[in-house]
Design a protein around this ligand. Structure first.
Ligand code: ASN
Ligand code: ZN
Length: 331
């Protein structure tokens, strides 16, 4: 209840969590006054409108099951909170628009709708309930992905088609993944997969893999002249793979109990510099060097400039950025 510092709210994907709510009406409202007044609303199966603000008599939210309509709201509000906190404490950004404000999160978008969205004009995030109506797309890494579309819209404004579209999508996958690791939740441990707990396809597989993006059967591991023609969620593979290699290096590695495997195009060994440095380099490039029309060649240049700015010309970090791009055939 309000800021009670008790993990008494129950999510579907992150176990018990501690939401901040606000006293109002006859009980509590899902409004987080500590994070720009972020509101979580129930769209009730509609695909438009402002929805109904979640309220609760005792301020103990959700029960971990999708049959309770509050449960998706717990994941969405928790995902927003962890994402907002990551941007503020790690990257020094105060919300999507860096002005302390927050969007509204809408859950139960549509009926059995298998997608999630960020909409900039209405400053809104929308989450469907998944193909079976019981698998909301509210996992933390997806929440971080959608929030990050807002950050891209407020900064580089990468056009959502061609190579810039792939970089736009990869930005959201990279940040969503970094946020999942940073949250350090025992029920949702960090990994380089997107939406792995949602069971999006019904076969237990994640939406995307960053260690070897082609594991999904469609994404690109390495740049070529056809990359620009792929769907943006598949041309993103090249930058996702770059980020994995820069963070963790090439080869086989167990991370939080899960095997990850990555290979450079020419089979050369890449040594990682760690996720913390890699994400700071990507964010600096996004906010200082990328533009709406940045291509993969431009992303190589921009991240090299970012690494020079953060770690100095001639640093090991600059060399690692160059090596990781070469490993995904961006030269
Ligand atoms: N879930 C998708 C995404 O965030 C929605 C879209 O196609 N933009 O990429
Ligand atoms: Zn996206």
């Amino acid at each position: 209840q309000a800021i009670d510092n008790v993990a008494d709210d129950t999510s579907q994907y992150s176990g018990t969590v501690d939401l901040v709510d606000t006293r109002g009406g006859s009980g509590y409202q899902l409004v987080d006054s500590t994070r720009g007044g972020h509101r979580t609303v129930d769209l009730g199966g509609r695909t438009s409108g402002s929805g109904t603000l979640f309220t609760d008599a005792d301020g103990v939210w959700g029960d971990g099951k999708p049959t309770n309509r509050q449960t998706a709201a717990v994941d969405a509000a928790h995902g927003f909170a962890k994402t907002h906190d990551f941007y503020k404490s790690v990257l020094g950004r105060d919300g999507i628009r860096n002005n302390g404000t927050a969007p509204t999160s809408h859950v139960h978008y549509g009926v059995k709708h298998a997608n999630a969205y960020y909409d900039d004009p209405t400053y809104s995030i929308y989450y469907g309930d998944g193909r079976d109506g019981k698998s909301p797309l509210t996992q933390l890494d997806v929440a971080g992905h959608e929030f990050s579309h807002g950050v891209t819209a407020a900064t580089a404004r990468l056009v959502y088609s061609g190579e810039s579209g792939g970089l736009n999508e990869a930005t959201s996958d990279i940040l969503g993944t970094a946020i999942e690791f940073h949250a350090g939740n025992t029920a949702d441990k960090g990994d380089y997969f997107l939406g792995e707990k949602i069971n999006y396809f019904g076969d237990g597989k994640p939406l995307r893999y960053m260690d070897t993006p082609s594991r999904d059967g469609e994404s690109a591991d390495y740049w070529d002249s056809g990359t620009r023609n792929l769907d943006v969620h598949h041309s993103s593979g090249v930058a996702n793979h770059f980020f994995y290699l820069l963070s963790e290096g090439s080869g086989s590695k167990v991370i939080n109990g899960v095997r990850h495997e990555s290979r450079s195009k020419d089979g050369s060994t890449v040594t990682g510099i760690g996720r913390d440095k890699a994400v700071k380099i990507w964010y600096k490039a996004l906010t200082s060097y990328f533009t709406s029309t940045t291509t993969y060649a431009g992303a190589r240049q921009g991240t090299l400039q970012a690494a020079v700015s953060l770690y100095g010309a001639g640093s090991a970090e600059v060399a690692a950025v160059g090596k990781a791009w070469t490993a995904v055939n961006v030269k």
